[in-house]
Design a protein around this ligand. Structure first.
Ligand code: ZN
Length: 206
């Protein structure tokens, strides 16, 4: 349930839902200090009008480009992202001095956290990375699969959706059911809050 999830996840999901509402890839991120205070939030802005390079307007990269590096000990900060970082965001986080990373969901298409173990440059940084999984992963992959269904409907390749389906078929199945009724579009147009959307999706899984 929304009320039970950790505050940084709520902040990141609110950003992901805002990204969905604007037609961007529904991924959000939040950055916290050691006390858990949220310093910054951002989202994928690939479909926002003032975005110049839509291909690389990812949540984590957008957030980290706004981080004032004079805030203090960067290594003590924790970056929460609703989806496993891609190659660019993984690199951006490490280069920005982030050492604590949390992801709600695995990205079977372009998630790159395995680099933290297999690539010497990353391994030397001794990243603290964990997946949250569970409810937050289920909701994230459902919303993102819905967006992919819309994308495929417009003629795009199903390669991302296929990866999601192989990894978590129940999320893609829920997304198909929602997409058939255009339910998330309706909730977005109605201005429904992220928490309500989260709990509605979760309820589909009993
Ligand atoms: Zn990325």
């Amino acid at each position: 349930m929304w009320k039970d999830i950790f505050a940084p996840w709520r902040a990141a999901f609110e950003e992901a839902w805002e990204a969905f509402r604007t037609g961007s890839v529904p991924i959000g991120a939040a950055l916290c200090d050691e006390s858990g205070a949220i310093l910054l939030c951002d989202r994928n802005r690939s479909n926002e009008a003032d975005t110049v390079n839509r291909r690389i307007s990812h949540a984590e990269a957008n957030l980290l480009r706004r981080l004032d590096t004079s805030v203090g000990d960067l290594h003590s900060l924790t970056l929460y992202t609703t989806m496993e970082p891609c190659p660019m965001c993984m690199g951006t986080a490490v280069m920005a001095g982030i050492r604590h990373l949390r992801s709600a969901a695995r990205d079977p298409y372009c998630g790159m956290v395995h680099l933290a173990e297999t690539e010497p440059y990353y391994a030397e940084k001794r990243l603290d990375f964990t997946f949250e999984l569970g409810e937050v992963e289920l909701v994230q992959l459902t919303v993102q699969s819905y967006r992919e269904l819309r994308y495929v409907d417009s003629g795009a390749s199903p390669k991302v959706l296929d990866k999601f389906e192989a990894y978590m078929p129940e999320a893609v199945s829920a997304a198909r059911e929602l997409y058939a009724a255009k339910e998330l579009d309706r909730l977005a147009e109605a201005g429904t809050a992220a928490g309500e959307v989260f709990d509605r999706i979760l309820a589909m899984f009993g």
